[in-house]
Design a protein. Structure first.
Length: 385
């Protein structure tokens, strides 16, 4: 095939970044003799993949948020399927975002079974809802997984699986902490706490209140504590609205994503919403406290049906089989508890140093042989032979 046509689908920021990396490697491997189309955000657009539809409002987590956004998701699925059918690609790569990409896959398969469908990042069936493995196997032709232990769950249902590695572990460049401190007037003897309240609007809504309360408590007791707030582009408006009404956030150093690596390199520790950023922080060796809150009805269903099958929620902890990153979840996720956990690490530089070494060692093992985006691109192209 002289010029294959690949259509990438991403519905939220983490998938958009994966899609950008995949698109870049697809161009490299084919000497740019490839046609790339897609649905995504700003990162994919920077790789020349303009989104066929808007992905605003598609970054959803939990049943209740899903129900609230049902009409928007349904419309977006229809628009996405129409865009793919009109483009007539050789392969569609559906990146993360389980609910949205599954429905897109099912729509495309029903309309044109000849289009090859590849899922890039499967749902974490080892942790919850194992029936999704069978559902995915019936909906796509191949799974590219970022987790080395995923394959048996899916292969049992006849779905071919290729482990490519986790691009998140390679994405963040080595930062310059000293330069960041100099740039922002942070003294060498001041402690830096990086604060990351989430990358979805729903996460900002739920995690900002306990984080703000935690920061109030921490800043009252530590004159030498500097707060750094790296803000992800998709939630910049929500974070800036919170900054406008919370004086403790106004005292923080607010930076964009271009300074994130330097901010992490300058950090003594972090307070973060659970998600991809926790893995990024671990890669940089930053001791982290993570928190998470689901909607109450969603949490009630998780508890009632015992849907959580693992003792950990962070991939780093799952890979290490140890609580290297303290996880403060749901009812326990209060400002006081978050502040107390941060205080313990602030008071124990030896523990912070130990955690930094262990976090980097675990993420090094998770990385495997590296070049995850290239391996994903190779797998996509191999399926077109």
């Amino acid at each position: 095939m002289s010029e294959p046509h690949v259509f990438l689908v991403a519905a939220e920021r983490s998938g958009d970044l994966l899609g950008a990396g995949l698109g870049r490697e697809l161009r490299s491997l084919t000497a740019d003799k490839i046609r790339l189309s897609g649905i995504g955000g700003s990162a994919m657009a920077e790789q020349g993949i303009e989104s066929a539809i808007s992905i605003d409002g598609l970054s959803i987590l939990g049943w209740i948020d899903g129900l609230k956004a049902y009409s928007r998701v349904k419309q977006a699925v229809s628009e996405a399927v129409d865009a793919i059918l009109a483009a007539k690609p050789d392969v569609v790569v559906l990146i993360d975002s389980w609910g949205f990409t599954l429905r897109v896959a099912q729509g495309v398969r029903a309309a044109d079974p000849a289009i090859r469908l590849v899922k890039y990042v499967g749902p974490q069936v080892f942790a919850t809802r194992p029936g999704r493995a069978e559902t995915l196997a019936a909906s796509v032709d191949e799974l590219l997984t970022i987790l080395s232990f995923d394959a048996p769950y899916y292969e049992a249902h006849g779905l071919p699986v290729t482990f490519v590695g986790n691009p998140t572990l390679e994405r963040l460049p080595r930062g310059d902490g000293a330069a960041f401190r100099s740039r922002h007037g942070i003294a060498a003897d001041e402690a830096v706490l990086v604060v990351l309240p989430g990358s979805r609007p729903s996460e900002i809504r739920r995690m900002m209140p306990p984080m703000v309360e935690a920061l109030k408590r921490l800043t009252r007791g530590h004159d030498d504590l500097r707060l750094v707030l790296p803000v992800a582009d998709p939630v910049a408006d929500q974070v800036d609205a919170a900054i406008a009404v919370h004086p403790v956030l106004q005292s923080a150093i607010r930076v964009g994503e271009t300074e994130k690596a330097d901010a992490f390199a300058s950090a003594d520790l972090a307070l973060a919403c659970s998600g991809t950023v926790v893995t990024e922080l671990a890669t940089a060796g930053v001791p982290t406290i993570t928190g998470y809150k689901l909607g109450w009805i969603t949490w009630g269903l998780v508890r009632a049906f015992n849907l959580l099958k693992t003792p950990h929620i962070s991939l780093v902890n799952i890979a290490a089989d140890a609580r290297l990153v303290p996880e403060i979840i749901q009812l326990k996720c209060t400002g006081k508890v978050l502040a107390d956990e941060v205080e313990r690490l602030l008071a124990d530089p030896g523990r912070r140093a130990e955690l930094s070494v262990r976090l980097q060692a675990v993420t090094s093992e998770m990385r495997g042989s590296g070049q995850a985006s290239r391996r994903a691109a190779e797998a996509v192209l191999a399926g077109l032979d």
